[in-house]
Design a binder for this molecule. Structure first.
Ligand code: OGA
Ligand code: MN
Length: 251
């Protein structure tokens, strides 16, 4: 699918500056703490290393907001058919769309996730909406550095799931995020470039001992544009990579 191809093979690096702070949605920058009950790591060292770079927050959207958001995105999703096998992500049992969130709930959500992004690299105004069947999965992958920037923020609706990160350097290093309906996760810097991420299939869907049965799940995923020169995926990356050529955001 060409649209998806454009979306995924994107990538430039991630340029940016200090995150916005204060106001609505504050506390999503690299200083932010993940909700520790929702995060498991292969070692305390790894948890420390990815502090602020892999973030999960429960209850980011309320049930009422979730209903509104679904109402907004369902018509766009319904235009596509469920498919298997995305060329880049080993994804099965899914349909997807890319859409500008123009309704009240969607615009409010975009504003609330914006502080998770560098001020100079805000999220694109349209969200990637991914609808996974109960039997669907997103296999391990790194989002294209050519088409996607340094920060990925996802809101999960309807079903809980487990997002697993695994180090490209050392497959013993992993992180698991429990994504409850209404939760937000943010991946940036090393967590975005140096780890694969995947949504576990139903038969492997455990958070430690805890079984996380999968139903239909709809995710709204926000990404920013890549910089001119993509970063070296295995370099030592700070959370936000400054690009002196980046224009300052409009005041
Ligand atoms: C993707 C992806 C994660 C999610 O579509 O590239 O990683 O939260 N999705 O569904
Ligand atoms: Mn991805």
């Amino acid at each position: 699918m060409h649209r998806a191809r454009g979306l995924w093979r994107a990538g430039v690096a991630c340029a940016g500056s200090r995150p916005l702070s204060g106001g609505l949605g504050a506390g999503l920058g690299p200083e932010a703490e993940a909700d520790s009950a929702l995060l498991r790591a292969s070692s305390p060292e790894l948890a420390q290393r990815l502090r602020g770079l892999a973030l999960v927050r429960g209850g980011f959207v309320s049930e009422e907001e979730a209903v509104e958001l679904l109402r907004e995105v369902e018509p766009g999703l319904a235009r596509g058919r469920y498919q298997n096998d995305h060329w880049d992500r080993a994804i099965t049992g899914y349909r997807e769309t890319e859409r500008g969130l123009r309704g009240g709930a969607g615009r409010a959500l975009l504003l609330r996730v914006t502080p998770a992004f560098p001020a100079r690299r805000p999220p694109r105004p349209s969200a990637h909406v991914l609808d996974l069947l109960p039997g669907g999965r997103v296999g391990p992958h790194v989002d294209s550095v050519k088409f996607c920037g340094c920060t990925i923020a996802g809101v999960s609706l309807l079903s809980p799931s487990v997002l697993r990160l695994r180090s490209l350097r050392d497959s013993q290093d992993w992180l698991e995020l429990l994504l409850e309906p209404g939760s937000l996760y943010v991946l940036r810097g090393a967590a975005r470039y140096e780890f694969t991420h995947e949504i576990l299939p139903d038969e492997e869907s455990y958070f430690g001992e805890q079984r996380v049965p999968r139903g239909r799940r709809v995710a709204l995923i926000f990404r920013n544009d890549p910089p001119e020169t993509p970063p070296d995926p295995l370099g030592d990356l700070p959370a936000f990579i400054e690009d002196p050529d980046d224009p300052l955001p409009p005041k």
